[in-house]
Ligand binder design. Structure first.
Ligand code: SAM
Length: 276
């Protein structure tokens, strides 16, 4: 069964883009196929798509052979998504609801899944930080392939020493590999957003030993909370942190943005050993 072009689907179902729901749709099939290829071979793989809207990216994921579970809040999109499900029998499950409130285990049990989404910008960072902060590691997700505003994507993949480097970079890279997979021009969206976008691809890697996520979070929060200050000032309120700097030979006159991720995890490890 051939599906009608997305623009026709939008018109037929009256899917005018809602600003409140962060709706900016992608229609270019070639671009959507390139996005669906970023995670690698998806044939037979479980994929969670958040915010399928009228289903452009969903179709591309299904063409790649994925088994897609798509969570959409806007019930106006459901009839269009039902047509997509009919065209790919047994491959698509649509859940009406708020992705922030649905646990992956409800959708996938204990099976691994990849996340691929052109996320609504307002919920994107919250979902992303939640997925990266999970206690269990490696996590149930095997990769995250997500659209962000370019400026946020740059913060996620930033390296030490750059202005974009901060808490988000440490969170995304201390036990994952994060790369900027593709820039997407604003004109690719309908309606075009004000800013440029980019797709980030994240895969989990081994967690450094002896590092507590909570302690690391406390250190980065303090260090980047006063990012222009020297560490001896910004880390003053974290018990044991200044002793950890000395133990590791890290100059307390440095600023947070000069510290590599290994240096941050080293501080967190030392604090953990000291019982912090
Ligand atoms: N994936 C489509 C595309 O690429 O053309 C639509 C992308 S649009 C930027 C974001 C979609 O996410 C919208 O369809 C919106 O209704 C949906 N959405 C917004 N907040 C959501 C939430 N909390 N849970 C699930 N879907 C949400």
């Amino acid at each position: 069964m051939t599906l009608p072009p997305l623009r026709e689907v939008i018109a037929r179902h009256g899917l005018s883009a809602s600003k409140a729901l962060g709706q900016n749709f992608l229609f270019d099939e070639q671009l959507l196929d390139r996005i669906a290829a970023i995670p690698g071979d998806l044939a037979g793989a479980n994929v969670l798509e958040v915010g399928p809207g009228p289903g452009g990216l969903t179709r591309a994921l299904l063409r790649a052979g994925a088994k897609v579970t798509a969570v959409e809040m806007d019930r106006r999109c459901l009839p269009a998504l039902a047509e997509v499900a009919d065209a790919f029998p047994g491959q698509l499950t649509v859940i009406e609801g708020d992705a922030m409130k649905i646990a992956p285990t409800e959708m996938f049990g204990s099976e691994p899944f990849a996340v691929v989404a052109n996320l609504p910008y307002n919920v994107g960072t919250a979902l992303f930080t939640g997925w990266l902060s999970g206690k269990a590691w490696p996590p149930q997700w095997r990769s995250l392939t997500l659209m962000f505003q370019l400026e946020v994507a740059e913060r996620i993949v930033a390296k030490a020493g750059s202005g974009a480097y901060g808490r988000l970079a440490v969170l995304a890279q201390w036990r994952s590999a994060a790369k900027l997979a593709m820039k997407v021009h604003r004109s690719a969206f309908t309606p075009p957003p004000k800013v440029m976008s980019a797709i980030v691809h994240v895969e989990p890697v081994a967690m450094p030993e002896g590092v507590s996520a909570k302690v690391l979070e406390r250190v980065t929060e303090a260090a980047f909370g006063q990012r222009r200050k020297m560490l001896r000032q910004s880390l003053k309120g974290v018990p044991g942190a200044l002793a950890a700097l000395e133990q590791l030979g890290i100059d307390p006159q440095r600023r947070a943005e000069t510290l590599t991720i290994e240096e941050f995890t080293g501080i967190a490890r030392a604090l953990g050993q000291a019982g912090a």
